[in-house]
Ligand binder design. Structure first.
Ligand SMILES: Cc1ncc(COP(=O)(O)O)c(C=O)c1O
Length: 348
């Protein structure tokens, strides 16, 4: 039986979390003299003088309807980067434990590991960017606490094989984190639907991509209630601002707009793929299940610099393993994509 309490860093087992008087009183009306706030108001038009709900209850209720999970299976953080960091801090003993990552992949797993003095074991994706499930399971040792799998993967853009992912989740005794930041751009079902099947699974999603809310910083982690109690106990008490909570709560009433934007981006993705493939400067456009393409070309760094000179900013991934001579290009608006293609054509 998987028990997250067996994986937790020993000194956190008996941690007494920060508590406030609002843990004892949850109503909205009352005379609040407990938190040393300004009782008069705030310097803005809106009243931000009160601390926000530390457990983001209203927002979680709404997200739980949309994602069909219990409110206690949701952790909300300041971007996905916060739950990633909290997972390290909760489960990985600095200088002792390790995690497995699958380069080329999202850079924050390693940065967060480095910040927390946790070793990363790298099990590369295959040449065609598929997960090496056997390699991952071989690389596991007694101090391996987590495996990070990004699908659709950044920067390659492809969704990884679910069979291979399932094999890792089934056979690894620690926590498997599946980062689904780009889930809205692919047509498979989210691993959220399999949380009951896999108690060692954590699924990350974000409001930064399809929802268009990168500026607000709101990331989600989904997992068993038992597991998520742990990051909830060690997070900063008011980790999400009231502005973020209220704005997103309102925006969720508009979720048809997200569906429309995703449909538009998928259409533009198909057109951009066709146009990129029509350029002789580009040798390969990797298939994308996300809102970006990894493209291969000669002298990627030079093309990157030339594009910057024209105020077209893409991401140079040419120093990343298995991405030699590759640029990562986000699907922009129609006009932006056209400008990109025009500038690339001039470089041919
Ligand atoms: C795979 C992946 N996960 C997470 C993130 C970061 O998401 P957030 O904005 O929620 O921190 C990114 C951002 O590019 C990403 O590519």
């Amino acid at each position: 039986m998987f028990d997250p309490l067996k994986l937790i860093r020993p000194h956190l087992r008996d941690l007494v979390p920060y508590s406030s008087a609002r843990d004892d009183y949850q109503g909205d009306d009352g005379i609040f003299l407990d938190a040393n706030e300004n009782p008069i108001g705030s310097i803005t038009d809106q009243d931000w003088n009160r601390y926000p709900d530390p457990y983001q209850r209203k927002l979680k209720e709404k997200i739980s309807e949309i994602k069909a999970v219990g409110t206690d299976q949701i952790f909300l953080g300041n971007g996905s980067d916060e739950p990633i960091d909290l997972l390290f801090r909760a489960f990985c003993e600095p200088g002792i434990d390790n995690v497995i990552i699958n380069p080329p992949t999202y850079g924050m797993y390693k940065v967060s590991a480095d910040i927390n003095d946790v070793q990363t074991i790298e099990v590369l994706l295959s040449e065609d960017y598929e997960l090496d499930d056997a390699g991952i399971l071989d690389a596991v040792n007694t101090n391996t606490k987590m495996v990070f799998i990004c699908s659709p993967n950044n920067p390659t853009g492809n969704d990884l094989s679910q069979d291979r992912i399932d094999k890792v989740i089934r056979n690894f005794k620690g926590i498997v984190v599946i980062d689904e930041a780009y889930i809205d751009f692919t047509n498979r079902e989210s691993y959220i639907s399999r949380l009951d099947e896999f108690p060692n699974l954590v699924v990350l999603q974000t409001f930064s991509k399809a929802w268009g809310l990168a500026g607000l910083r709101l990331g989600m982690a989904f997992g068993s209630a038992e597991l998520l109690k742990i990051p909830n106990r060690i997070k900063a008490p008011y980790n999400l601002s009231g502005l973020t909570q209220e704005t997103v709560l309102m925006a969720l009433g508009n979720s048809h707009k997200k569906i429309e934007m995703v449909a538009q981006i998928l259409k533009d993705r198909a057109e951009l793929e066709r146009d990129l493939k029509g350029l002789s400067i580009i040798h390969k456009v990797h298939p994308s299940d996300a809102n970006f393409f990894l493209v291969e070309l000669d002298k990627a760094s030079k093309v990157y610099a030339d594009l910057i000179h024209k105020k077209v900013i893409v991401r140079d991934r040419s120093k990343v393993v298995l991405c030699e001579n590759a640029l990562r290009i986000t699907v922009g608006t129609r006009e932006e994509n056209k400008k990109l293609i025009d500038e690339l054509r001039k470089l041919e």
